[in-house]
Design a protein around this ligand. Structure first.
Ligand SMILES: Nc1ncnc2c1ncn2[C@@H]1O[C@H](COP(=O)(O)OP(=O)(O)OP(=O)(O)O)[C@@H](O)[C@H]1O
Ligand SMILES: [Mg+2]
Length: 310
């Protein structure tokens, strides 16, 4: 069986709370916070667990917040390989305002990584058995420049790991430099920044995704399009997957659920269409729930059944 690992360089301990109204100066009374693990790769590993698979999360953990993060993942039965870090793991805050229904997401900068901490994370990656899938997701923390990131990807590929990347901006650009990524999942904005042009016409997104495949950057590109689903491209062609109309409550975790689902399908050797359908189903399943919840297996299965019939 193909093993799955995820790498999160900028993990977080997320807390979610509810307040009746939001206004300046006065005290905003909030409900007791609910803590959840956060950070791209960590959420991908959690989504894979929700879907009945197994993925080991590799990440730096610092201070009491880092310990809390590790214990939350233990509770969820997500296998962890953490590297102790000096800087405390960041804490993000998600506030749901009851009267307006608005969501506020306060995102702190990632904890800085020292050279030695980065080296230890790299060592963990380079001991993964050849042929395994490694999902690298999320932003780069202070202390990690894009060159180091590109080198890590090259070294992982030289060890025979198959890479899946979900990131943005310079980090995404740096990840694509070595080429041969198994899968990359930009949203439309990330893809547009990557190819340095606006994607306005219906065919623009497809053309840009095809360029990444034909230039050898990635074997598969799945462009996620929010409520419009996704466009998936590989060397054999492209497929478009549109989710059923649904009442979305919160899109938090949609991208990570989608990447988790597609990684599971890649591990099974599924086709491009099967992978894209399962990814869209899990992404859309994540939006059914209010708050920060990821996809559930039953919602994902219901949506994928619909997609297979229509
Ligand atoms: N409003 C929505 N309604 C239905 N499905 C949605 C909605 N938003 C997202 N999805 C589903 O989730 C998938 C990923 O969402 P999206 O394109 O927003 O990714 P993203 O921009 O990477 O999100 P994230 O903010 O989580 O990183 C979509 O392909 C779609 O299947
Ligand atoms: Mg995303």
């Amino acid at each position: 069986m193909v093993q799955i690992y995820t790498l999160t360089l900028s993990p977080s301990l997320d807390s979610a709370t509810i307040t009746p109204q939001i206004y300046p100066e006065g005290k905003l009374r909030c409900s007791a916070p609910v803590f959840e693990p956060g950070g791209g790769g960590i959420n991908v590993a959690r989504a894979i667990t929700h879907l009945g698979g197994k993925a080991t999360a590799i990440f730096p953990a610092g201070g009491a917040t880092g310990e809390h993060l590790v214990s939350l993942l233990d509770d969820e039965r997500v296998p962890v390989q953490s590297v102790p870090a000096k800087d405390w793991t960041r804490q993000n805050l998600h506030v749901h305002v009851e009267t307006s229904g608005e969501q506020y997401r306060f995102v702190m900068p990632g904890a800085a990584l020292t050279e030695d901490e980065f080296r230890q994370l790299e060592e963990k990656v380079l001991t993964i058995e050849s042929g395994s899938l490694l999902v690298i997701s999320g932003s780069l923390p202070p202390g990690v420049n894009t060159d180091k990131f590109t080198q890590l990807i090259r070294a992982a590929q030289a060890k025979g790991l198959r890479l899946i990347v979900d990131s943005s901006g310079d980090a995404l650009m740096a990840a694509l430099e070595p080429g041969n990524l198994e899968l990359v999942k930009p949203n439309q904005k990330e893809l547009s920044a990557l190819v340095r042009r606006e994607l306005t016409q219906p065919d623009d997104v497809r053309t840009a995704a095809e360029e990444l495949v034909t230039s050898g950057k990635a074997h598969r590109v799945v462009v996620s399009l929010g409520p419009q689903g996704a466009l998936a491209v590989d060397k054999t062609g492209f497929v478009q997957v549109v989710p059923p109309p649904m009442k979305s409550q919160s899109t938090v975790g949609a991208g990570d659920s989608m990447v988790g689902a597609m990684t599971l399908k890649l591990a099974e050797g599924a086709s491009l269409l099967e992978m894209a359908r399962y990814g869209v189903a899990a992404g859309s399943a994540a939006t059914i729930n209010q708050g920060t919840r990821l996809c559930s297996l039953s919602d994902t299965q219901k949506i994928v059944d619909y997609l297979n019939k229509n």
